[in-house]
Design a protein around this ligand. Structure first.
Ligand code: SAH
Length: 260
């Protein structure tokens, strides 16, 4: 048996007229689940986001239609209701619709909204979790999200609300005090403001910070800095999204565990 063949694990049959919302992981195709691979092998149409790795998409059936549903070339991204409508439309055409999302569909992926729309429309669906970038991506950078003593609690937060600003609804001072490890998605643009809020909340300027770009992909980069220097170092490095930001002493483990 070749390694690309799926052993007979009784994986489900993708019924025509249904939608599977599948997490594709942070990028490395090796991080797909067997359910995800099973979905890719059966889907008639794959509706995918910008963060889905190229190597992952190549695993779809050669004759599967591929529809991009993300931001491209500065054009505005399709609106969420339009994506949900499109999924419903494709399912009603009798297709096996694979909605493929980077990481995990339910972690800052708006998967819940799509499921609600499918449920309301009476379209059968299944959710396949994926490895979220904030855990698996950081592992590839040698940063465990929990660690004895220095990382006994971890919080995942977004640095970017629907308005595009630093989320006001988050109590940053409470986060500064209440969690050892803070993993921030979509936070690159506002790193300076967020770092300041965390320092105002009591975290030291020398608190370690890592910025992990293109996690799990061959082009992965890791910048290690501190809360006090983060804004300046990020600007000087020219790092672009997608990037994760992790705050806390667990970042120090990168020096020892970061060699892949
Ligand atoms: N559902 C996804 C997150 C989508 S939000 C998940 O579970 O991983 C998009 C943000 O995820 C990006 O702005 C970035 O902060 C993070 N991200 C996703 N993939 C990444 C990668 N390969 N490297 C670094 N950050 C990534």
């Amino acid at each position: 048996m070749s390694v690309t063949e799926i052993p007979n694990l009784g994986l489900p049959v993708f019924e025509p007229g249904s939608v599977w919302l599948v997490g594709a992981g942070p990028g490395d195709p090796g991080l797909l689940t067997l359910h995800a691979l099973n979905a890719l092998r059966q889907a008639d149409v794959v509706v995918y986001d910008a963060l889905v790795g190229k190597g992952v998409l190549e695993l779809a059936r050669v004759d599967a239609e591929r529809e991009f549903a993300g931001k491209r070339g500065g054009k505005p991204s399709p609106k969420q209701p339009d994506i949900s409508r499109r999924l419903i439309e494709l399912a009603r055409e009798g297709k096996r619709v694979l909605r493929l999302k980077g990481g995990d569909p339910f972690v800052f992926g708006r998967g819940g909204e799509e499921c609600l729309a499918l449920a309301e429309a009476g379209v059968p669906f299944r959710v396949v979790p994926g490895i979220t970038a904030g855990i698996g991506g950081l592992a590839y950078a040698g940063i465990p999200v929990t660690h004895r003593e220095s990382g006994e609690a971890v919080t995942f937060a977004t640095g970017h609300s629907t308005t595009g600003e630093v989320p006001d609804a988050l109590d940053w001072a409470a986060l500064a005090r209440g969690t050892h490890v803070l993993v921030l998605y979509m936070a690159l643009k506002h790193i300076g403001t967020i770092a300041q809020k965390l320092m105002d909340g009591g975290r030291g300027a020398d608190e370690p910070v890592a910025v992990v770009n293109n996690a799990t992909l061959p082009e992965q980069t890791v910048l290690v800095t501190t809360l006090g220097r983060a804004a300046e170092d990020v600007a000087a490095s020219g790092i672009e999204p997608p990037a994760l930001i992790v705050v806390g002493p667990v970042v120090n483990l990168h020096a020892v565990l970061g060699g892949r």
